[in-house]
Design a protein around this ligand. Structure first.
Ligand SMILES: C[S@@+](CC[C@H](N)C(=O)[O-])C[C@H]1O[C@@H](n2cnc3c(N)ncnc32)[C@H](O)[C@@H]1O
Length: 322
């Protein structure tokens, strides 16, 4: 019998329930995955998912059917890459030029993909847990008056959460894709966020120009899109004021049409951030639904690695000497 999904989500989470119901209406076969993905959340993560669901509805309530279709379409694209990954043990593409043509330069593809990804922030346990960690351990702990930069804001949810804190002196978002920047801009407007944000098309593989120094940098689901994530981290180190902090969220074993840099374990993610000149403050690793962390590592399942780190002083001194 087809379920409306209400048994998957308690009635104290009405927005999450509404989203799950809408997804299952257009995609009933997704019930098993969603059931697991919700059951595996702790109470605080569920509460956080409810407020993310509320933001998603603020953004998309007028066309939730289209949002669900785009999510289903994105999952189908990811499934194609999963088959390729399981067959060959690597991501399909390794250079940026290929994915630029196929993904970034295709505004319609990008638009659907970002909307699907937006919904996954409420639906996937690994994404919901990483975003909860970002809010509790990074945003809430930040000092008032800090200047925050996000690289690759895309759908705009993480930047929107930062702006809703209402405590930051400056907010900036840099993204290599004009479609993404347009999407971020539209999202912040729809969320009614009045604080001006400096949103621009910029490639994090290019050294930052200008004298901006940030206290906080966020780079979520971007490093795996780069040929040289080490260069991006070095550039972010330069963009940070001495002692500044970074929030990195990077997926392990996560095939997607635009993922080109494969990390195979949380240890590799941590080593990458440390080599970029950062000391780890806290790292949390969230497996995809249906996996424990041990099983995900053994079988090469997807894990979201979320890392909070601080810029080490030695390179901050290099920056001062330039
Ligand atoms: C998967 S989305 C991430 C969206 C959001 N940050 C999240 O965590 O869901 C990746 C974003 O990174 C951007 N991006 C990819 N390469 C980049 C680069 N070299 N410099 C800046 N942004 C980049 C893409 O355009 C896209 O908006």
């Amino acid at each position: 019998m087809q379920s409306d999904g209400d048994e998957l989500v308690g009635e104290q989470f009405p927005r999450l329930r509404k989203i799950v119901r809408a997804v299952l209406q257009s995609w009933p076969e997704h019930q098993r995955f969603l059931g697991r993905s919700i059951k595996e959340r702790s109470g605080p993560v569920l509460e956080s998912s409810e407020s993310i669901a509320r933001m998603i509805l603020e953004l998309e309530d007028d066309d939730i059917c289209r949002l669900c279709e785009d999510y289903k379409w994105m999952c189908a694209r990811l499934q194609e890459e999963e088959v390729e990954f399981r067959r060959n043990g690597r991501y399909r593409y390794a250079d940026f030029a290929q994915v630029q043509r196929l993904v970034y330069d295709d505004a319609a593809f990008m638009d659907r993909y970002l909307r699907g990804l937006l919904l996954s922030q409420a639906l996937w346990v690994n994404h919901a847990s990483a975003i909860d960690f970002y809010r509790r351990a990074f945003l809430s702990e930040a000092a008032g008056g800090a200047r925050l930069l996000e690289i690759g804001p895309g759908h705009g949810l993480l930047l929107g959460l930062a702006m809703r804190e209402g405590r930051f002196a400056a907010i900036a978002g840099w993204d290599v894709s004009a479609t993404s920047i347009a999407s971020t801009c539209a999202a912040l407007k729809k969320l009614g966020l009045a604080q001006p944000a400096d949103l621009r098309v910029a490639d994090i593989l290019e050294p930052p120009t200008g004298d901006d120094a940030f206290d906080l940098v966020v780079i979520s689901e971007v490093l795996e899109h780069l040929e040289r994530p080490d260069v991006a981290l070095a550039n972010l180190h330069r963009a940070l004021a001495p002692g500044g902090k970074i929030f990195v969220n990077v997926p392990i074993n996560s095939p997607a049409p635009d993922h080109i840099y494969l990390l195979r374990s949380p240890g590799e993610a941590i080593a990458l951030v440390e080599r970029g000149g950062f000391s780890i403050i806290e790292a949390r690793h969230f497996p995809t639904a249906g996996y424990t962390i041990e099983r995900a590592q053994r079988l090469g399942g997807t894990i979201s690695s979320a890392i909070i780190a601080q810029a080490r002083q030695a390179q901050a001194t290099d920056r001062d000497n330039r």
